[in-house]
Every structure is written in C-alpha cells, then in structure tokens.
Design a protein around this ligand. Structure first.
Ligand code: FES
Length: 163
C-alpha cells in the first residue's frame, strides 16, 4: 500500500515537473523577440501588387476635336484621312462603323506620309514599303520604330483625339 501511494506521488510530481517545463518553454516563446529584419536588402514592392489607389495615375490628356467637315470625311468604313492637328500629321482610319483609330501619319523610316489600306487592314508607307498594324506597330521594315498611336473618343457626338 505504501509503495502504491509513493508511486502515485512520484507520478504526480513527475507530471507536475513536465507541465512546469512545458509552461516554461511556452513562456520563452511568448517573450521571444524576433530577429531584426534587414529592410535595406528587401525587394521593392512591384507596382502590380499595389492597390489601384496607390498606383500613379497618368494625367488625362485633353481632347482636340475634329470639325464636322473633317469627321464627315472619315464616316464610312474604309475611309481614312490625314489631318494636321496641333502641328502634327495624324492618320485617322475608319475600321468599321464603330471603330476609328488614329496614329502619327509620319513614317518613322524617313518621314513619308503613311496611308491606311482597308483591304489589308494595315497602314503602309509607299516610299520604301514599311508596314504598320492598326496600333502603329511596325510589321515590316525598313522602319524600326512604331508610329505613335492616339486615343480617339466620341464626346457629345464629336470625334476627339487625346494628345
Ligand atoms: S519613309 Fe517610309 S518606308 Fe521609308
């Protein structure tokens, strides 16, 4: 009988000792201080990860509107014209009843004026044969640089170009 009570006492003492050790280990974790972080070597946060409100916004470019006479010249699909707007030669091409594109009309090779080819769906320079897509990207040289594209908007029934 005495042996049993001793063994019980021994058991409880051991159990209490283990519980105390576990509590000690746990308290060490609670008071542990994380190692310092070296922020000087941290990679910058990519802009894509930022919320929209944190991204830098490009200022909206003002619209320059075509006259009614100019707009009439590019009203049907396949129509195109080069208009001088703000001292720049701009090619307007009516792609469809609802689509209108605009880009610089000055070939980036040697400066000839480009033309829209509705059947081919591209823009060509007749001087040396450079060809561009409808976003102004070079498709075929000798030109190496793209034509500058412009955003076209319809506002209050008028055709505007952002520049
Ligand atoms: S000027 Fe246009 S291809 Fe040479």
């Amino acid at each position: 009988m005495k042996n049993t009570s001793l063994s019980r006492r021994s058991f409880f003492l051991k159990a209490a000792g283990l519980a105390g050790a576990a509590a000690l280990l746990k308290s060490r974790d609670l008071f542990a201080v994380p190692p310092p972080v070296d922020t000087s070597r941290a990679a910058p946060t990519p802009a894509a990860a930022l919320p929209d409100t944190a991204k830098p916004q490009a200022p909206e470019k003002p619209l320059t509107f075509l006259t009614d006479k100019q707009a009439k010249k590019i009203s049907d699909p396949g129509d195109y014209e080069v208009f001088k707007i703000n001292d720049k030669k701009i090619l307007f091409a009516r792609i469809s009843a609802t689509e209108l594109v605009a880009m610089s009309a000055v070939c980036t090779h040697e400066g000839c004026t480009v033309k829209y080819k509705p059947k081919e769906g591209d823009v060509k320079c007749w001087c040396h044969g450079s060809t561009y897509d409808l976003k102004g990207h070079v498709v075929k040289g000798p030109a190496k640089q793209d034509l500058t594209p412009y955003t076209v908007q319809i506002k209050d029934g008028k055709i505007g170009i952002a520049m």
